[in-house]
Write a protein of this length. Structure first.
Length: 582
């Protein structure tokens, strides 16, 4: 039978049981109500009529007056129409005869005797009705007791039926589902031999057959791919072993998963088998291994004496992510569960040597170019001097171009020399407490002539009671001059440049804000890269692309930070921070 039909039958049976219990309850309640109604309607009214007739006899002297007789007769008529008990009709008839005799007699003795007869008949009527009330009351109580017993039995039967239904019927649904759930859990643990069998032919049996087919297919797939997986594992291990970079794998339990020969040689770990050992155990006797695992050398290249010479390495880390396959940790997802970290030591010695060679070459060339460029600049100045001889307008223009280009070449030469110092780590810093006003005054004076030529006003604002900064004044002023030169280059004629100094926590912030065209968002992240230049529209001369890169190195070497805020069409704000003197 289908599960749908089982559900229909089950709930239909419950509906019939509820209807049966409700019908029985209504029947007995109606029977009890009718018994009470008969008592109230019939016997109680007869007693009331008798009481009213006795009241007439008690209140009036014999013989009765016409009004009293009418009142008595009215109650008697009502009683005659409410005969409900055996013998009550005869009693009512005798009462009628006695009442008639009472009306037709004037003798006092006869009246007295007739009154006694009337009172006797009234008492008999009351006794009959009282006895009937008692009997009917007992019957009503009996009906109530029978109803209570029967309803109790019916309720107990209904309860047992419903209890049995609630206990057994859910199992029809839950037992197959539990069996299916258990089978799925076994499959998730790669127990592909799990099978489910149901005796009944319903939807669950169809699901069980589909589940068994799936398990069979998975078992076939597992057996067919096991050798392939082992082959791929061996291949990956061989690749890792033959790589020239040092590679170390650590799982989530801080155990070494793999380590190639190159890593053992570089870290001087010997030829012992390290796979499976705890990282802490290996780190005890090897500080370099410990610093690599702790990520202490992740942010910079470091030097190791290996293969008879100083070698440079760059540490990279990669988190090992796999799908979640545990049934207790939620649904399966794609490569989101971390099970370890891979540490890669890339040998960058060759690149480091080339970089040093490049830096030395740039430093040498820059140093050699500085003298002839200075000579060219001086010669151009002498040519422009009228004491040497007058020049025509074309010659004056050529001399100006020679002087401008020589000045630009000399500036680039000095920038290259500064860059070579930065790259070789030979920056010489002279830290002294300095007033921020002194630094910005020095920078503004250096570019004042150029600003006046373009009609640009430089406004400076220094916060009150600003503390001194601990900095190299010359290099900090060089950064400010670079900021101001860039601002002048991109500011429109007769505009303003704002120079501000303010305190931010325990740092002093210097900023230069212009009203130029601004910088597009796509270029902001690369502004401080070496040799990068923002594309121009041809109206502004571009620099060497080194000024901001060198500025960043100078500020970082002094423990500060450098940055830019810009919006196209509004302008740019370059800023840097330096530590305040405590």
């Amino acid at each position: 039978m289908k599960v749908k039909n089982k559900l229909r039958l089950g709930f239909g049976f419950l509906f019939i049981v509820v209807l049966f219990f409700g019908a029985v309850s209504l029947f007995y309640i109606n029977q009890i109500a009718n018994s009470a109604k008969v008592i109230l309607k019939d016997n109680y009214e007869s007693l009331n009529y008798s009481r009213e007739m006795r009241t007439v006899l008690d209140d009036q002297e014999l013989p009765l007056s016409a009004a009293s007789a009418n009142s008595f007769n009215k109650q008697l008529v009502l009683e005659e129409h409410n005969i409900t008990e055996p013998g009550e009709g005869v009693m009512a008839s005798n009462l009628r005869k006695a009442f008639t005799a009472l009306q037709n007699t004037t003798d006092a003795a006869t009246l007295k005797q007739t009154e006694k007869s009337i009172r006797k008949y009234l008492r008999d009527i009351e006794v009959v009705n009282m006895r009937a009330i008692v009997i009917k009351n007992e019957k009503a109580h009996k009906n109530v007791e029978d109803a209570v017993v029967f309803l109790g039995l019916a309720g107990a039967f209904t309860f047992l039926v419903l209890f049995s239904f609630s206990v057994n019927f859910p199992g029809i649904i839950s037992n197959p589902l539990n069996a299916l759930l258990e089978g799925i859990r076994e499959i998730s643990q790669k127990n592909y031999g799990q099978r489910i069998h149901f005796d009944k032919s319903d939807e669950f049996a169809e699901v069980a057959n589909a589940f068994n087919d799936m398990a069979s297919k998975l078992n076939e797939w597992e057996n067919s791919n096991l050798s392939k997986i082992m082959s791929e594992k061996s291949r990956i291990e061989t690749i890792i072993e033959q790589m020239h970079d040092a590679i170390i794998g650590v799982n989530e339990k801080h155990e070494i998963l793999f380590i190639n020969t190159t890593a053992k040689a570089i870290l001087n770990l010997g030829e012992d088998k390290l796979t499976g050992k705890l990282v802490g155990e290996v780190s005890k006797n090897n500080d370099l291994f410990k610093s690599i695992i702790n990520g202490e050398k992740a942010d910079r290249a470091f030097k190791i004496f290996a293969e008879g010479k100083d070698s440079y390495f760059q540490l990279e880390t990669r988190e090992i992510l796999v799908p979640n396959l545990s049934p207790t940790e939620g649904p399966v997802n794609i490569a989101k569960k971390s099970v370890g970290i891979v540490y890669i030591l890339r040998n960058i010695t060759e690149f480091k040597e080339r970089d040093e060679a490049k830096s030395n070459f740039i430093a040498t060339i820059s140093h050699e170019l500085k003298t002839p460029i200075s000579a060219i600049k001086m010669s151009a100045g002498l040519l422009a001097d009228t004491r040497v001889g007058a020049l025509n307008s074309e010659q004056n223009q050529l001399v100006k171009h020679i002087s401008g280009d020589a000045e630009r070449l000399l500036k680039i030469t000095y920038e290259l020399l500064d860059l070579s110092q930065v790259e070789t780590g030979n920056i010489q810093l002279n830290f002294v407490p300095a007033k921020p006003e002194k630094i910005i005054d020095y920078a503004i004076k250096a570019i004042k002539f150029e600003a006046d030529q373009k009609g640009i006003i430089i406004e400076q604002s220094v916060a009150a009671h600003i503390p001194d900064v601990n900095a190299d004044v010359e290099k900090t002023a060089w950064v400010m001059i670079n900021f101001l030169s860039n601002a002048l280059r991109y500011s429109p004629l007769k505009s303003k440049i704002a120079v501000d100094v303010s305190k931010k926590a325990n740092m002093i912030e210097f900023s230069v804000k212009d009203l130029g065209k601004g910088i597009d968002d796509q270029y902001k992240s690369r502004l401080f890269d070496r040799y990068f230049q923002v594309p121009t529209d041809g109206q502004n001369k571009s620099g060497s692309g080194l000024g901001l890169a060198i500025s960043k190195e100078f500020i970082a070497a002094q423990g500060g930070e450098i940055g830019v805020e810009s919006e196209v069409g509004v302008g740019s704000r370059f800023y840097f921070t330096l530590p305040a003197v405590a």
